[in-house]
Design a protein. Structure first.
Lengths: 277, 369
């Protein structure tokens, strides 16, 4: 039995932490609901005296077209997640399960690639994408983001694969399936919880990625992701915090929906793993 | 159906030789048990036949054709694993259908075969369950079903019963034996459990250090072990092995302070051996214990009596075994010596085994058969 004081204390700490991380978001929400031009009006209120949807209508309108940027972000982040997870899963599986020379070295090499700061690789990436003729295009964003995402997801997935029982692979082979099919039909589904955790990280990383997106887009709306487009709101005529905030709120919607949607799948995946081996 | 054979097969892991130049022709349609202590190479041999382990040398043959270079997924051998290795994310049906899908069978054909096999194993009511919802015995049946659902050239079973409790193990051992006989598929079965080996095998292969120590009919091996190692491994309670040597006239075997007189026939064979060290083997059921002294009987001190129901295992301190070693004897239930009571032993002479003291090889098989 827990003592009430103890419960109260842990509740208070949890609330404090939640408040600390949610307060900025709340402030963005409040700002987005103020009429443009009234963002800094005093006194500050916890909720605007009159709720205005004007900013939302503006950013969704033809001048800003934020939905297009959000769609771009969705395409880029989804493609990056699928591509990075597939490649990382192959690499991770090889590193975790196969016997070959320089195994550890290859993992270290992949990790080293992930350690370079974005600012260091941005110029060479730009040159590379330019020579591929992919500037201001979504593939030009997707390919480098896949590359950036591979080190961390390989690391996570290798740890996951290493803990799956070897006999399942043997069973797959004895049942008549060649190695790639065993990987695809047996090992990959069993790694679903690991794939999900890695997938969320990759998706969010690519959703929020700004520097590369700004560089590759060259300011053209057809290749702008949400963060880049939202920054553009401030340059159009003047800095309208209400517009920026409305853009931020709208760009959050797909992320929240996706996490909620996949969470269910993950919980299923986690419980499916609880088998006596 | 096909005859499976290995020729001069070896497996080395670095400096360790797990299987050492081993050749054997597995009887077509029969159940062959590979038995031996851990590290004897039995599982490695099985995995090489499966193709899961690459041989360092030698050949594996299915129906006379070498398959050593054929990968496991093309070998058409079905395997049952110790851990069952059921796919946790698939239903029982999907688990059993998996090998059939690999063979590109039609959907309704797959359904038919899975249902038929499930029925034969009494698991047809479990088809929609996931492995985690099954008991150990049910998982074992599904694992068997996944192997039996197709017609492989050979079944390979790697200690399939060792995760089951004792009662279920006895039940499943009969079940596997029955199914194997009905299907008539060549089966190679690995176990470290000598009782399982004895009861299931058509042919028994006793392995030691990567070589076949003795092969044949299990009862024959029990009666005529080719070496002290086999004698010690096969049979429970374990055979008594007594170190000693023959005296000069070859009539008596001296161990410690005791002399055991040998029967005439054995004596003749033993004489030729001179005075080199020998090991005398006598199974617990061949030791006759009496509370009265008789001619040639040896004294012993009762230490522990373990009732087994219809008989009892008596552990005896004797002066011809090193201190700490006890002689095992199976006695009738009505013989109940008190603790530390002196009893008298008589070895059935025709049941004595004699092994070379150094190599452990049988000098002369016992004379009963």
């Amino acid at each position: 039995m827990r003592r009430p004081l103890h419960t109260l204390a842990s509740l208070a700490v949890t609330a404090a932490v939640a408040l600390f991380s949610l307060l900025p978001l709340y402030w963005v929400l409040v700002t987005s609901l103020k009429r443009p031009g009234t963002e800094f009006r005093l006194p500050l209120r916890a909720w605007p005296a009159e709720v205005s949807w004007e900013s939302y209508l503006t950013v969704l309108g033809p001048d800003f077209d934020v939905q297009r940027a959000i769609l771009n972000s969705l395409i880029v982040s989804s493609a990056v997640t699928v591509g990075a997870l597939f490649l990382a899963a192959l690499a991770a599986y090889a590193i975790a399960r196969l016997r070959f020379r320089y195994k550890v070295q290859s993992l270290v090499l992949i990790q080293m690639a992930g350690m370079a700061p974005a600012i260091v690789v941005i110029a060479p990436t730009f040159v590379l994408i330019r020579s591929l003729g992919l500037l201001s295009s979504l593939p030009g964003l997707i390919l480098p983001n896949i590359a950036y995402s591979i080190p961390l997801s390989t690391w996570l997935l290798a740890a996951y694969f290493a803990n799956l029982p070897f006999e399942l692979e043997d069973a797959g082979k004895m049942d008549g399936w060649p190695p790639f099919q065993v990987f695809w039909r047996v090992m990959l589904p069993l790694a679903a919880p690991g794939l999900f955790s890695a997938g969320v990280l990759v998706f969010l990383g690519s959703w929020g990625e700004f520097m590369l997106a700004l560089t590759i887009s060259l300011g053209l709306p057809e290749a702008q992701t949400a963060p880049v487009a939202i920054l553009g709101f401030s340059q159009a005529f003047q800095l309208q915090w209400a517009w920026v905030s409305a853009g931020i709120m709208l760009s959050l919607v797909p992320v929240i929906l996706l996490v909620l949607l996949f969470q269910r799948a993950v919980i299923q995946g986690l419980t499916a793993g609880s088998v006596r081996y | 159906m096909a005859e499976v054979a290995v020729e001069n097969i070896s497996k080395r892991f670095g400096a360790v030789t797990a299987v050492d130049d081993l050749s054997w022709r597995f009887d077509d349609g029969k159940l062959t048990v590979l038995v031996g202590p851990s590290g004897c190479g039995k599982t490695t041999l099985l995995r090489m036949i499966a193709g899961l382990e690459e041989a360092s040398g030698g050949q594996v043959l299915f129906a006379g054709k070498p398959v050593t270079a054929v990968p496991p997924w093309e070998r058409n051998a079905a395997m049952v694993f110790q851990s069952y290795a059921l796919y946790p994310h698939m239903t029982v049906f999907a688990n059993m259908a998996f090998p059939l899908q690999a063979r590109k069978l039609k959907q309704d054909e797959i359904r038919q075969q899975v249902e038929r096999t499930a029925q034969a194993l009494g698991i047809d009511h479990l088809l929609q369950r996931k492995p985690r919802e099954l008991s150990g015995g049910q998982m074992q049946r599904v694992a068997l079903g996944r192997a039996m659902v197709r017609q492989p050239e050979v079944y390979l079973m790697d200690e399939p019963l060792s995760n089951l409790d004792a009662q279920l193990r006895v039940e499943m051992r009969g079940e596997i034996k029955r199914l194997q006989r009905e299907l008539g598929v060549t089966t190679i079965y690995v176990t470290h459990d000598q009782a399982e080996a004895m009861t299931m095998a058509d042919t028994l292969l006793v392995l030691r250090d990567g070589k076949i120590e003795q092969a044949g009919d299990p009862e024959h091996i029990y009666r005529r072990p080719a070496s002290a190692f086999v004698a010690g491994f096969i049979g429970s309670p374990m055979i008594n092995l007594i170190d000693g040597r023959l005296d000069r006239d070859g009539e008596t075997f001296t161990a410690g302070a005791a002399s055991i007189s040998l029967p005439g026939e054995l004596r003749q064979v033993a004489v030729g051996q001179g005075q080199r060290p020998l090991v005398l083997g006598i199974r617990p059921e061949d030791v006759v214990v009496s509370q009265q002294a008789g001619p040639d009987s040896l004294p012993a001190r009762a230490v522990v009596r373990e009732p087994l129901g219809k008989e009892a295992l008596l552990l005896l301190a004797v002066d011809f075994l090193p201190t700490g070693s006890l002689l095992r004897a199976i006695t009738p239930p009505d013989l109940r010596p008190g603790p530390d009571e002196t009893v008298w032993l008589h070895f059935l002479p025709e049941r004595l085994h004699v092994f070379d003291g150094e190599s452990g090889v049988a000098v002369k098989q016992n004379l009963q058969s």
